[in-house]
Design a protein around this ligand. Sequence first.
Ligand SMILES: Cc1cc2nc3c(=O)[nH]c(=O)nc-3n(C[C@H](O)[C@H](O)[C@H](O)COP(=O)(O)O)c2cc1C
Ligand code: SF4
Ligand code: SF4
Length: 363
Amino acid sequence: MYNLLGIELKSPIIIGSGPLSYNAQAIKKLFDAGAGAVVTKTIRREKAINPAPHMALTTNNSLINNEKWTDVNPETWINREIPKLKDMGVVTIVSIGHTLEESSELVEKIEKAGANIIELVSYDYKDLIPMVKDTKKRVDIPVIVKLPPRIDDIGNFSRKLEKAGADAITACDSVGPAFRINIETGKPLLGGNGFGWLSGEVIKPIILHKIYEIKKKVNIPIIGLGGCMTGADAVEMIMAGANFIGICTAPILKGENIINKIYRDCLAHLERLGYESIDEALGIVQKNLGKSNERTKFQFVYHEDKCTGCKLCEKVCGYGARKLKDTMEFDEDECRYCGLCISICPTKALKAIELENSYEETL
Ligand SMILES: Cc1cc2nc3c(=O)[nH]c(=O)nc-3n(C[C@H](O)[C@H](O)[C@H](O)COP(=O)(O)O)c2cc1C
Ligand code: SF4
Ligand code: SF4
């Protein structure tokens, strides 16, 4: 069992607020599929009317969307959906947005309806401190704050939130604004004004950096959210500093069976790497950072038996330092040790002794 702010969870995987958590029945399905907790679609004073279309696939395993908040009235959530979730024993985190006026009006009613935890979210991050202060005065249940990634000093801002009473941080919301255009028609892929927000695989590196920055500054739990599609992604989030793993795009694109798969694969990776628990791997990257620009060279190893002759390494070397002829020729004077040839080699025929295993599971 895992403990999130005093609540027992059967899994560290938490479903982020999104289209799959549109009502109680849908949330129960995710919970039954193995989620430790589920965050509702964001509730506001008025229900949303969404443009059509409002979701599109962008690059692999990634989405662009301009879906707004819930299209269900707050009264329906308060009088019917949240009480249903309580009766069904689902650990429910209720997402509330996006202004102080709205959170002030809603949080007590949401607590009374049976929410386990509240998650505050806002389009303007400056609203979050007044929202958390006000909410903490009004309710006894824990309060999580979900951050947009576009905050300059996200670490220190998170510390301010911790001081203001936030019990945990969700890092982060989707990344944007972003835009895609259908070249056949010249129209945006999405309806409305066409601008949207990115989620899924494409945002993972940005989110990992946010988690890392936040972890350095706060002592409250972090729910990593953004780009986790696999068990290895989950381990990366943990190593950056996430205590819990959020997923939203993964079950949208792959179905709810991905929830338990990510969990099982994450545990298998941790075991393989010698960590007995999430806590043992938590934030481990902090210990392994070099001083900036400290390494100027490394030593290559070329395994001829693994080389398929694809010449990708040669092609990506902008300095012409690598040529595959009868054997691999290497011009040490031209090489800038950028590492791209190692990173791109599909069979790991090319490695660097110092970076051994660095690219094994993460690419
Ligand atoms: C279609 C869609 C709708 C979303 N709606 C909400 C929402 O109502 N409230 C919210 O806080 N986040 C919302 N999100 C953001 C997700 O909760 C999550 O922060 C983001 O997708 C990054 O995680 P992921 O890469 O695992 O999807 C939405 C995401 C998607 C893809
Ligand atoms: S990228 Fe790897 S497999 Fe392809 S030629 Fe270079 S060393 Fe060989
Ligand atoms: S490390 Fe960079 S510069 Fe050196 S051979 Fe590889 S791709 Fe070329």
